[in-house]
Design a protein around this ligand. Structure first.
Ligand SMILES: Nc1ncnc2c1ncn2[C@@H]1O[C@H](COP(=O)(O)OP(=O)(O)OP(=O)(O)O)[C@@H](O)[C@H]1O
Ligand SMILES: [Mg+2]
Length: 232
């Protein structure tokens, strides 16, 4: 069984009299340990797909299984619990809490998960080491560079040892050099066994992942695995 299984999934929005098929009968498997990018033009359905994969929303039709759990009929509270335990998110705008310091930002998901304060402290330092920020624990987000802020967001995404990480345009607010460093960090995490899905407009970013899914008009138009194609 794959880590994520989508079967004939559609997401239809009703706007006035018009039906918008944001996602149209998509079937897709993501295996444990994969490093994948989702690419496609604006309005093609990338965010819609990521929201369904990331348990932020439920489909109009079809079934979604994440780590053996069927989620298409889950309530919003059940989805929140699944997200907290199984999913890490990284966003273009970092989404750090400005009044908390670096260590506290990374700690937040563990408070929701009910982890003891002693274990929280240990895990925060371990996660900050993993992203190379162990000497910035007491800084506020404002006192960090963009790349450092994104590293904090990645440490926070990793902190509950999620089954899968979704990164939506994670380098979109960074200069080229800093963006490359963040992609290198994702590649290292992938080599250490994390399952990572990158959502991007940028073909150069999509080129770093072994597998690439392209979406057009709510359908998967291309699904290439360079390893299977013998390209990597
Ligand atoms: N809440 C909503 N209500 C109605 N239509 C929606 C809603 N959200 C998305 N859509 C429509 O669904 C389609 C897919 O949108 P989506 O946000 O998934 O695109 P995207 O590929 O992420 O685009 P971008 O690259 O611009 O972020 C678009 O036509 C959009 O207008
Ligand atoms: Mg989008």
């Amino acid at each position: 069984m794959a880590l994520v299984e989508l079967r004939n999934v559609s997401k239809i929005y009703q706007v006035g009299d018009e039906e918008i098929r944001a996602l149209d009968d998509v079937t897709l498997d993501i295996e444990n340990g994969e490093f994948i990018s989702i690419i496609g033009p604006s309005g093609s359905g990338k965010s819609t797909l990521m929201h369904l994969l990331g348990c932020l929303d439920t489909p109009t039709h079809g079934t979604i299984t994440l780590d053996g759990i069927q989620i298409q009929n889950a309530t919003s509270m059940q989805l929140a619990a699944i997200r907290n335990r199984k999913i890490g998110f990284v966003f273009q705008s970092f989404n750090l809490l400005p009044k908390l310091n670096v260590a506290q930002n990374v700690e937040v998901p563990m408070i929701y998960a009910g982890v003891s304060s002693r274990e929280r402290r240990e895990r925060v330092m371990e996660a900050l080491k993993r992203v190379g920020l162990e000497n910035r624990a007491k800084h506020r987000p404002m006192q960090l560079s963009g790349g450092q802020q994104q590293r904090v967001a990645i440490a926070r995404a990793l902190i509950n040892r999620p089954r899968i990480i979704f990164a939506d345009e994670p380098t979109g607010n960074l200069d080229t050099h800093t963006g490359e460093a963040i992609l290198t960090l994702f590649r290292e995490l992938s080599q250490q066994g994390s399952t990572i899905v990158l959502v991007t407009h940028n073909p150069e970013i999509a080129a770093v992942t072994p597998r690439r899914i392209e979406i057009r008009d709510g359908k998967i138009s291309i699904n290439i695995d360079k390893r299977l194609a013998g390209l990597e």
